[in-house]
Unconditional design. Structure first.
Length: 186
């Protein structure tokens, strides 16, 4: 099945959110996602789909950003913490010049907030977004809510998302299916 009107969003799969020494890490549950995320990225690339990598970026101790009061500094530009985790780093390096692979900065939980994502998806006639990455109950969730409000079909790959806690993971997966009407799949 071709993915021409579908986009894969790989959300915040960086060292700070996934690696053992990350500033705000999901740890082992996030690390276990790597092979599934790469397989989906290859599938979308091979089947004429679009791969977007919305990636958190912050300035440490920014007094105007609400996350500064909630979380330690994380995903600071030009740091190890903001680099893609594990095999996603070389995958992106090998494919970043491709027309259908795009990484972009985001400064809020949702990949739609303050970015051109909605415009880019509509220009390309994309009507379905597939969500993977971290954190299931924060950035993946807020991206899904905005996608729902913008009338996109939503697919969440439960074997390719992770949260900071098991309770957060379970709650978010239920919310996707029962409140947002998302397809939750393996």
């Amino acid at each position: 099945m071709a993915h021409t009107n579908e986009a894969l969003l790989i959300i915040d799969y960086t060292n700070d959110f996934v690696a053992d020494k990350g500033a705000l890490t999901c740890g082992a549950p996030g690390q276990k996602l790597a092979a599934n995320i790469i397989a989906l990225a290859d599938e979308f690339r091979d089947q004429d789909g679009w791969v977007y990598l919305p990636t958190d970026v912050h300035t440490p101790h920014d007094p105007y950003h609400p996350e500064s009061k909630l979380f330690p500094p994380h995903n600071v530009r030009n740091t190890w913490g903001r680099e893609f985790y594990g095999p996603l780093k070389p995958w992106y390096a090998a494919h970043q010049a491709a027309e259908r692979v795009t990484m972009f900065d985001k400064t809020r939980y949702s990949a739609f907030a303050g970015t051109a994502l909605d415009l880019r998806l509509r220009e390309r006639k994309i009507d379905t977004v597939h969500l993977v990455g971290v954190c299931t109950d924060i950035c993946v969730l807020h991206t899904a809510v905005d996608a729902y409000n913008l009338n996109y079909q939503i697919v969440v790959h439960q074997n390719a998302v992770a949260a900071l806690t098991p309770a957060g993971q379970d709650w978010a997966l239920g919310h996707f299916a029962h409140v947002l009407g998302a397809q939750v799949t393996d």
